[in-house]
Design a binder for this molecule. Structure first.
Ligand code: AVJ
Ligand code: FE
Length: 436
C-alpha cells in the first residue's frame, strides 16, 4: 500500500537499507583488500573511504541527529567529511583499514535497525515518516554508484559480471515527439523520500518542444566524431572548446580507435563500441557540442521533467514516465542488473504517454540547466546536502543510469555535476523548440 501505515513504512525502510548494504558488500568484497585501499583514479576515493563514509553518515544523520546518540568514534568524523579532504588526497589519510571499516559500518547499521524498530512513524514531520531512513538508503546507493565508477576506472581483469544481457526491443517509433506547451507540475511535495532539492511541487510553464524518443546512440555520436566534430570550434561553447583542446579529448572516455573501429573498455573487458547503445561517459561540453552539430540543443531540466512526468490526458504529473507504480525490471534498466545501458528504444513498458523511452535508467542525461533551487526550497537536513552546490558551476543530470538503484531514482530526482565530468555514467538526448 501507499506510505501510510507504520508497518509498511518500517518494512520499506528495512528493505531499502538491506538492498543498499548487500550492494555495498558486493562492491567491496569482489576485489582483494589491497584494492580497497588503492587509488584507482585521482578522481575517486579509495573504495574503503566510501565504505566507512557510508557508515559515518548513517551515524551522523540517523544515530546522532535523529536518535540523539553519542558519537561512537568522534575522532574519525573529519576523515570521512567529504568537504574536508579532496578525493585525490583521501588515499593518504589514516583511514580505517578494510576490516575495521566493515565492522564500523556494520555496528552503525545494527544500531540504526534498533532505532528503526522503535521509531514512531506518525504525523507529518519528515523524520517521523521515515525520511531519515530513506535518505540514508539513498545516500548509500549513491555511493554504491560512485564505487561502481571506481570499478570502471580500475585497471586489471574484471571483478564484476552481469548475470543477463540487457533486453533489446527493436525500436521503429518516431525519433522525436512534440510535447505540447503549457503548465505542468514540477518537483514534489508528496513523495515521502524526495530529497530537499526536489521540493516543493510548483507550476512551470514550458513552451512546446520536440524531444528525442531515445537517448543519443553510439552510432549517432560516432557520426559527429567522423564529421570532425571535435575539431570544429563552432559546435562548442568557449569553455568547452578550451577544455577539449587543453586535454586532447577526441572521443568519449574509455574509447580507443584501433584498426578502423572504435573499441571501449567496460569493467575490465574490451569490446567494439555497440552502435545501438546510448553513448556513455561524455561530459556536458561534449553533449552540448553534439546537439549543436545536430542542429538541436539539450533539453532544459523543466523540459526533461515535463517529458517524463506530464500526462497530457489527465494534466497530472506522475511519479515515473509510465505512471505512479514503482519501477520493475520491465520498466527500466536500474540497479546494476546489466552493468550497461540497454540498446536505444528498449523498455517499451517504461515509455511516457507520448512515447518517450528510457527516461529512467540506462544513462544519466545531461540537461542544459544549472543546478538551482526551486521556489520555496528549504535545506533539509543540512545545507551541505544540496544548497552549497546551487549556482552556475554545476549542470543538472536527470533520469538515473543502469547503476542507480530505484530508491534513488524517480521523475523528480535531480543529480548534478561539473560540465567536465565524464567518468560518471552520463549520456544525453536532444531537443528543439516546438514549431511556432
Ligand atoms: C548527488 C551524486 C552529486 O555523490 O556528490 C553523496 C550525492 N551527497 N554524498 C555526490 C552525495 C553526499 C552527490 N551527488
Ligand atoms: Fe556522501
Amino acid at each position: 500500500g501507499r506510505l501510510t501505515d507504520p508497518e509498511t513504512l518500517r518494512q520499506r525502510a528495512l528493505d531499502a537499507l538491506t538492498t543498499a548494504r548487500d550492494r555495498t558488500a558486493l562492491l567491496t568484497s569482489c576485489v582483494e583488500d589491497p584494492e580497497l585501499t588503492a587509488q584507482h583514479s585521482p578522481l575517486m576515493s579509495p573504495l574503503v573511504w566510501d565504505l566507512a563514509h557510508i557508515g559515518n553518515q548513517e551515524e551522523l544523520w540517523l544515530l546522532r541527529a535523529v536518535a540523539g546518540r553519542e558519537a561512537m568514534r568522534p575522532e574519525i568524523d573529519g576523515l570521512y567529511d567529504a568537504f574536508e579532504h579532496a578525493r585525490s588526497e583521501r588515499p593518504s589519510l589514516p583511514l580505517l583499514p578494510p576490516a575495521e571499516a566493515r565492522a564500523y559500518a556494520a555496528e552503525v547499521r545494527g544500531r540504526a535497525l534498533d532505532v528503526l524498530e522503535s521509531a514512531a512513524f506518525e504525523g507529518a514531520r519528515l523524520t517521523e515518516s521515515g525520511f531519515a531512513f530513506g535518505m540514508i538508503a539513498q545516500h548509500e546507493q549513491q555511493h554504491d554508484e560512485t564505487m561502481l565508477i571506481t570499478h570502471q576506472l580500475r585497471r586489471g581483469p574484471t571483478a564484476l559480471t552481469a548475470p543477463d544481457p540487457a533486453p533489446a526491443a527493436p525500436f521503429t517509433g518516431p525519433v522525436e515527439v512534440l510535447v505540447p506547451g503549457g503548465p505542468f507540475v514540477m518537483g514534489t511535495s508528496a513523495e515521502p523520500w524526495a530529497l530537499d532539492n526536489e521540493r516543493p511541487a510548483h507550476r512551470r510553464t514550458v513552451p512546446s518542444f520536440f524531444i528525442d524518443t531515445t537517448p543519443v546512440t553510439n552510432a549517432a555520436y560516432q557520426a559527429f566524431i567522423e564529421d570532425g566534430g571535435y575539431g570544429e570550434e563552432r559546435w562548442w561553447t568557449p569553455a568547452g572548446w578550451e577544455h577539449v583542446r587543453a586535454h586532447g579529448i577526441e572521443a568519449p572516455l574509455f574509447w580507443r580507435r584501433e584498426g578502423g573501429q572504435w573499441l571501449r573498455r567496460r569493467f575490465g573487458v574490451t569490446e567494439v563500441v555497440p552502435s545501438e547503445e546510448p553513448v556513455l561517459h561524455v561530459c556536458w561540453y561534449e553533449a552540448d557540442a553534439y546537439a549543436r552539430w545536430a542542429g538541436r540543443r539539450l533539453p532544459t531540466e523543466a523540459e526533461w521533467e515535463k517529458a517524463a512526468r506530464h500526462d497530457p490526458v489527465s494534466g497530472r504529473s506522475t511519479r515515473y514516465p509510465w505512471g505512479d507504480e514503482d519501477p520493475s525490471p520491465v520498466h527500466a534498466n536500474l540497479g546494476q542488473r546489466h552493468l550497461r545501458p540497454a540498446p536505444a528504444g528498449s523498455y517499451p513498458a517504461g515509455a511516457s504517454p507520448l512515447g518517450v523511452r528510457q527516461l529512467i535508467g540506462d544513462v544519466w542525461e545531461w540537461t542544459s540547466s544549472d543546478f538551482e533551487p526551486y521556489p520555496g526550497f528549504v535545506a533539509f537536513p543540512y545545507r551541505e546536502y544540496s544548497e552549497v552546490f546551487f549556482g552556475p558551476e554545476y549542470k543538472v543530470l536527470r533520469g538515473g543510469s543502469f547503476a542507480v538503484d530505484q530508491v534513488a531514482c524517480r521523475g523528480t530526482f535531480r543529480n548534478w555535476d561539473l560540465p567536465v565530468r565524464r567518468q560518471i555514467f552520463s549520456g544525453f538526448r536532444t531537443a528543439r523548440d516546438g514549431d511556432a
